[in-house]
Design a protein around this ligand. Structure first.
Ligand SMILES: [Zn+2]
Ligand SMILES: [Zn+2]
Length: 287
């Protein structure tokens, strides 16, 4: 695991952000990857999708991050490395009523073609929304979501759905601004959709999650493929079939971690520490 990082000592990297993500990314990139990170000045990352739905994101989060990096390279043509992050928020796949923040961080070295992807998923998110017809209820929602340290966005409502073309307030920093925005949206559209602002500079919890994704990316940058030495050798799945301790038939428990190289396709199974499964997991011994 503990290999040396890619040879970027002093190389420049351009970061596709207009939401202050350099605070989470640049110090780690400098310290562990030797990269001098600059922000892509003038890049409108909202063109690749906004959380407040004026612009829908096209494709997967990975597609969106790659498109942001391509745009950042056009702004900073001398940068060797491009970096972008993409967050996805939604209900937890297996826990009802819990929200999950999935952060993806992509780094592309256009000299070598290397692409590294860092991941972090966390339930430590305030991601939520509520439709209110009363400004006080909107204020109460915002306070619960951590306002004003965490931002909120107020949107007009049509047919029960947020309608940002009718009313949209994103730059809310004080309680007075918030009440005014809520009252205006309610006066215009009959209700206000108030939601947590998930933009990194207005969401300290998200900023922490992006930092964790960057730590994951640093870790992957030091993991080299045993066949071709490309950085980014990582666990990509699990192999099932740990044998039953009594009858040795395969169970659904994990037998090995599967590690793969995106460069050369090298695949390695790393057995878990257990060599046999408790018969309670066996379909033959414990039907
Ligand atoms: Zn390889
Ligand atoms: Zn068995």
């Amino acid at each position: 695991m503990a290999g040396s990082p890619p040879p970027w000592r002093g190389a420049s990297a351009v970061l596709a952000t207009m939401h202050g993500k350099e605070r989470a990314i640049a110090p780690l990139a400098a310290r562990f990857l030797g990269l001098d990170v600059r922000v892509a000045e003038g890049l409108d990352t909202d063109l690749f999708g906004t959380f407040s739905r004026e612009i829908e994101r096209a494709g997967t989060p990975l597609d969106a991050a790659r498109a942001k990096i391509a745009a950042a390279f056009t702004i900073d043509p001398h940068a060797r490395v491009g970096i972008a992050s993409e967050g996805s928020f939604g209900p937890h796949p297996s826990l009802p009523f819990a929200a999950l923040d999935r952060e993806l961080l992509v780094l592309i070295d256009r000299e070598t073609g290397l692409e590294l992807v860092g991941h972090h998923a966390t339930m430590a998110t305030n991601f939520a929304h509520q439709v209110v017809t009363d400004a006080k209820a909107g204020l109460a929602f915002a306070m619960k979501a951590g306002f004003p340290a965490h931002g909120v966005i107020v949107i007009g409502v049509r047919d029960g759905q947020p309608a940002s073309q009718l009313a949209l307030f994103k730059a809310i920093t004080t309680e007075a601004d918030l009440l005014a925005a809520l009252e205006q949206a309610i006066a215009l559209t009959g209700a206000a959709h108030v939601e947590t602002d998930m933009r990194a500079h207005r969401n300290p919890r998200r900023m922490r999650a992006i930092r964790r994704a960057m730590i994951d990316l640093v870790r992957r940058s030091r993991s080299h493929c045993p066949a071709c030495a490309r950085p980014g050798f990582a666990m990509t799945g699990r192999a099932h079939g740990l044998p039953c301790a009594w009858c040795a038939s395969p169970t659904h428990l994990t037998r090995a971690e599967v590690w793969t190289c995106e460069g050369c396709g090298h695949r390695e199974e790393r057995p878990v520490s257990a060599t046999s499964a408790d018969p309670m997991h066996c379909e033959d011994c414990n039907p």
